[in-house]
Design a protein around this ligand. Structure first.
Ligand SMILES: Cc1cc2nc3c(=O)[nH]c(=O)nc-3n(C[C@H](O)[C@H](O)[C@H](O)COP(=O)(O)OP(=O)(O)OC[C@H]3O[C@@H](n4cnc5c(N)ncnc54)[C@H](O)[C@@H]3O)c2cc1C
Length: 382
């Protein structure tokens, strides 16, 4: 292992890969990703792979305006097939409050150039005749939203980063960060120390632990989220949007010949537990059959649990010199939307490190917002 680096990236998920790629493209070397397990073995490979413009916060929409085009040209730019399908995201509202939010969100998104549409129940019936809609007030649809394979995206970033000179060390846990006079000077690992002026914390659900290594309290907590996949199921069309029943936080989409579905258990406390709770599946199926009655005929093939890294306002913490520690950069707490934001966020971190300018107003994502009670947060969290 090398003993000095310009930049040490802690975490080899999709954020680590993207950051290494954009840094390498800017000629920064050596850059090294330290991953305690294997690349993409954290939340990245367990994600549902959803990619959407439809957010309630302007900064999130702007991040997606930069990220979606990268997914669109990923196969060519990274020489990696990511199975990006732009079948759209269909959000459904069943309360007046959510419907009012949807209207404000669509106005924001359209102002920024996103082709989201408000839909009446009749419009929704035309788009998705297999849905039960008697309790639905309306919906929103953006045809440019979709999903891709998160593992392939993470590996595409990492492979290109490596080709451009970045180094990757798997099975290498960062156990400490050394500091002098309020600035970062290196990282400790069981394989030895690496001296560096820049440490990038992209450790996902474990990022608060890395924050503690420099005495910074990052309010990022792990929460289990589960996904279930059916056997091949042809009672629904082969191409359907990602459908989000917003109130119960239930979603489903195609996964090859089957259907992938997930739901947030709002009562579940924070933990690092990723076991599948098959009893919870009964609650998911109840919501599924309510919304798409044909799903009553589906049988389940597999399920898995992974971790969301959640902040108090469901927006990430992105910045340089975080907590006043010089050379400590963070992109953490994506609260369930980090995969889709990884292209822009990697670019942002690379620019912050090389020029100090993110090229985007990130004031909503400052760590200080929590202490100051600022920031409106993100309402479209699933
Ligand atoms: C069920 C589920 C569904 C999801 N669906 C979506 C979705 O549809 N769309 C979307 O955009 N996002 C989704 N997400 C969220 C998405 O997976 C994450 O936001 C994203 O993968 C975060 O990437 P990351 O690189 O920051 O973190 P991770 O992929 O978790 O990577 C962090 C890495 O850091 C490593 N690490 C931790 N501590 C250390 C240390 N001390 N030293 C070295 N390495 C360390 C870990 O091993 C891990 O590999 C979903 C998540 C789950 C669980």
């Amino acid at each position: 292992m090398i003993r000095t680096a310009e930049v040490v990236i802690v975490g080899g998920g999709v954020m680590g890969g993207s950051t290494a790629y954009y840094l390498a493209r800017r000629g920064v070397r050596p850059v090294i990703i330290l991953e305690r397990d294997q690349l993409a073995s954290g939340s990245t490979s367990l994600s549902a792979g959803g990619i959407r413009y439809q957010f309630s916060s302007e900064t999130n929409v702007r991040i997606m305006l930069e990220s979606v085009p990268v997914f669109e040209r990923f196969a060519e730019e990274f020489d990696t097939e990511i199975d990006f399908r732009q079948d759209g995201y269909l959000f459904l509202a069943t309360t007046a409050e959510t419907w009012a939010d949807f209207q404000a969100n669509v106005a924001l998104q359209r102002r920024l150039g996103v082709p989201t549409r408000l839909l009446s129940p009749d419009d929704i019936r035309e788009l998705a005749p297999y849905l039960y809609l008697d309790d639905v007030i309306g919906g929103t649809f953006c045809p440019k939203d979709g999903y891709a394979d998160p593992y392939s995206v993470a590996m595409g970033f990492a492979r290109k980063a490596r080709e451009l000179g970045a180094l990757i060390s798997e099975k290498t846990e960062v156990t400490g960060v050394s500091m002098e006079g309020g600035r970062v000077t290196g990282v400790e690992t069981p394989k030895g120390r690496i001296a560096t002026p820049v440490v990038v914390n992209v450790a996902g659900a474990w990022s608060a632990q890395v924050g503690r290594m420099v005495g910074v309290d990052l309010p990022v907590k792990p929460y289990r989220r589960q996904i279930f996949v059916t056997h091949p199921f042809d009672a629904l069309p082969q191409r359907i949007p990602m459908i989000i029943d917003f109130e119960p936080s239930f979603y489903f989409r195609r996964e090859g010949p089957g259907i992938l579905m997930g739901m947030t258990d709002k009562d579940e406390p924070s933990s690092f537990n990723t076991n599948v709770d098959w009893d919870f599946l009964a609650q998911v199926v109840e919501k599924a059959v309510h919304r798409a009655p044909l799903l009553e005929r589906a049988g389940f093939m597999r399920g898995w649990g992974g971790l969301y890294a959640v902040t108090p306002d469901d927006n990430p913490i992105i910045g340089k010199d975080v907590g006043g520690v010089e050379g400590f950069y963070c992109a953490v707490g994506f609260s369930g939307h980090g995969f889709m934001q990884s292209p822009a966020v990697g670019r942002i971190l690379a620019d912050l490190i090389t020029t100090g300018d993110a090229g985007l107003d990130l004031s909503e994502f400052r760590l200080e917002r929590f202490a100051r009670g600022e920031g409106v947060g993100e309402k479209r969290v699933i």
